[in-house]
Structures are given as C-alpha cells and as structure tokens.
Write a protein that binds this ligand. Structure first.
Ligand code: AMP
Ligand code: ZN
Length: 131
C-alpha cells in the first residue's frame, strides 16, 4: 500500500496567481508534487531536494512572496501553516523525536523560491547554528 505523498500528483487547483512562480504552479495543479495535505488556505508537499528524512514544505495557496511581506490579514494563514506543521509532524512520525521549522527570508537567508513556505525538517539530529 502506498503512503500519502509517495507519488507526485497534481493539486486540486485554485489559488495560484503568479504565473512565474513554481509554487503557484503546484497550487494550481499545473505541475505535480508529492502532496501530503491540501485545504482552503494551504498545501503541503515533500521537498524535491530533501535535507532530512522528513522534509516537507507548507505553503499558502495565495502568492505571498516572503514572510517579510506578511500583512495583518495574513496572521490567521501564517498561524495555520504552523498548525499544519504540528499536525504533519505527528502524521509523518517525527513529533516524538523532534523537528525544525524554518522560514528563509531574503538573500542572506538563501530564500530561493519567492512564495512563502515553511520547511518542516525531521528524522535526524540537527546541528546549531544553521549554516
Ligand atoms: P528556500 O531556499 O527556503 O527558498 O527553499 C525552497 C525549497 O523549495 C528548496 O528546499 C527546494 O528544494 C524546494 N523546491 C524547489 N522546487 C520544488 C518543487 N518543484 N517541488 C518541491 N520542492 C521544490
Ligand atoms: Zn506563488
């Protein structure tokens, strides 16, 4: 039996608005991803270049380029991304052993995709400080 997120699939669509954004294309169902969760506000899928045994990206459907561009109306959505991280940590089996949540913002943080995403990393011991 296949586990949720094993196979790349198309998201259900809707929400994606920026035609040049790879994550909007995943939201819009234009390119496949190994999706582990979808709801009205957010979707979550496995990172294509995982940096840990569990490496999931949790993103809003709405194209928000970075956490620094968050507005008051986004507070619920950003809270929801964190709630989903908590839930997915349980379903992906890392809640007990621990996990790290990361949001890279801007050049010095090496943000490479300009659509807000929360990294959920777990399944191995991690160092600190981050590189
Ligand atoms: P960041 O450096 O914080 O902007 O992270 C962007 C992440 O998106 C990286 O970890 C990439 O491996 C990941 N990524 C880029 N394209 C895709 C894709 N098509 N599907 C899944 N993950 C992706
Ligand atoms: Zn986008």
């Amino acid at each position: 039996m296949s586990k949720c997120g094993d196979t790349p699939v198309l998201a259900k669509g809707g929400g994606g608005v920026n035609k040049d954004c790879i994550f909007c294309k995943i939201v819009a169902g234009e390119i496949p991803a190994r999706i582990v969760h979808e709801d009205e506000l957010a979707i979550a899928f496995h990172d294509i270049q995982p940096q840990a045994p569990v490496h999931v990206l949790i993103i809003p459907r709405r194209h928000l380029p970075a956490i620094s561009q968050m507005e008051p109306a986004d507070r619920e959505m950003v809270g929801h991304l964190h709630w989903l991280a908590r839930e997915l940590a349980v379903s992906l089996g890392v809640a007990e052993t621990g996990y790290r949540l990361v949001i890279n913002n801007g050049r010095d943080a090496n943000q490479t995709v300009g659509h807000l995403h929360l990294h959920l990393l777990g399944g191995r011991a991690m160092g600190w400080p981050p590189g």
